[in-house]
Design a protein around this ligand. Sequence first.
Ligand SMILES: Cc1cc2nc3c(=O)[nH]c(=O)nc-3n(C[C@H](O)[C@H](O)[C@H](O)COP(=O)(O)OP(=O)(O)OC[C@H]3O[C@@H](n4cnc5c(N)ncnc54)[C@H](O)[C@@H]3O)c2cc1C
Length: 478
Amino acid sequence: MRILIVGAGSAGMTCAWRLSEDPDNEVVLVEAGVDPGPEVPAVLRREILLPPEYYWEYSDADTGHFLPRGKVLGGSSAVNAAAAVRGHSWCYDSWGSPEWTFEKCLPAFRALEADQQFGTADYHGADGPVPVTRFEPGPFDRAFNDAYERRGFSRISDHNAPGALGFGPFPTNRIGDDRISTLLAFLPQLRERPNVELRPEAEIVQVIVRDRAARGVVVRTKHGAETTIEADLILLCAGTFGTPEILFNSGIGPGEQVRAAGIPLLVEAPALGTNLSDHVLVRMDVDVTDPSAPALPGGRGTLLTFELDGEGHPQAQIFAYRTQFFDPTAEPLTASVTSSLVTPASRGRLELGSGRAQVHLRHLSDPLDRSRMADIVTRAADIIDDLAASGTVRLPDAPWWRADDLQEACRREAVSYHHAVGTCRMGTDTQSVVDDHLRVRGVDRLMVADASVMPSIPRGQTNFAAMMIGYRAADFIR
Ligand SMILES: Cc1cc2nc3c(=O)[nH]c(=O)nc-3n(C[C@H](O)[C@H](O)[C@H](O)COP(=O)(O)OP(=O)(O)OC[C@H]3O[C@@H](n4cnc5c(N)ncnc54)[C@H](O)[C@@H]3O)c2cc1C
């Protein structure tokens, strides 16, 4: 079978790797971004602030904040912070499908990873293509750990252990400084496989549908020329912003909007572009007083997770990292103590039209999220005060988190954790964009497999969850 995969990111590359293990499958992997070549440059292996050519140009239409999305082989896995927290069993069990319980997802998580510390545990893998490790805390993180312990939080060694809550090292898919993205983990093998055709710098504009079945795609090359590629099955893995754009351009989406854009309506899919969900965070910047003990870069220090009051496991993360990691203008000793609500009730949406999607993340738009975020920040402020009293950090003049209206201050400071999901929600109900075998409703031979299908956002970082979806999509096809 000839299978065309659109987008070589976390999910797409994983799916191509798994599918092409079977020599009977012919896999065409089409990616809008560049192929950096077999010798992956250091910037793509290590950095999180990359040259603009490696990103799409999305921003939040309401705040103007840039929203990085990888446009390169490896997709966002090649530009991310490589934190490898996959979330709890209840994240997946709440997706509402017997096909996507944590029990059903766990074999894929295990097959993907080579956990360096806990590989033999029955909820981990030891032999997968993506290494996961944990680094020793530096002196700055140790001071945080002591403050967490004084507040009764538990010390844990593995954030991916069942039910883990407390403080411990970030699991990370790195070897030394190298981020093991899908570009590094899978592409070398894909290049060797005769049944894989790689098509970088080729942007898919729309899916060609005839007689209610996908037959191929329209591709635009970097020189603007348009051509078509045919296949027996089309799998869209273009991410939370990219996949809905392609479906919409193909005439699949909310009827009124599709018609208003001058596109003939093929399938009414009212949920397309809705249900956008993202982790939201706020940064509390402080100065480290000991120049020999700066904060570590992101994803290498300590992560604290805890549950908030309320039903359904509402959860928070607090962690601190060297601010320069994300902001090159910051002083070397500035550290960002970061608070995140990882169970947001707020939902955003994509405004889809004939051009690029307008993204409305609508962080903290739900009052419940504002009060929860203020609660997390109050706890983080208490920890910062503790560290200031012991002389570990120095506070700025008039810290924003001492505002009279803390909820409003949080809203002003809120930014994306860059984990957006949910715009092509899967489900067993007829309103969902894809069914729980990832088939687009109303069109045969067309599937979606990427972060866009997640009905709700897991309480961990989303890269491994997206890879898991790509892996399982291949198994559905096989
Ligand atoms: C800055 C940043 C930091 C992050 N940090 C972490 C972290 O530390 N840990 C973690 O787990 N997660 C992190 N994430 C999130 C995680 O990387 C994403 O959730 C995950 O990569 C999404 O996978 P995906 O397959 O859905 O999309 P992507 O990996 O984005 O893949 C989509 C691919 O499709 C291509 N594409 C899009 N449109 C088209 C088109 N029309 N034609 C052809 N190709 C197209 C894109 O170029 C891209 O290669 C981070 C993300 C960012 C941006």
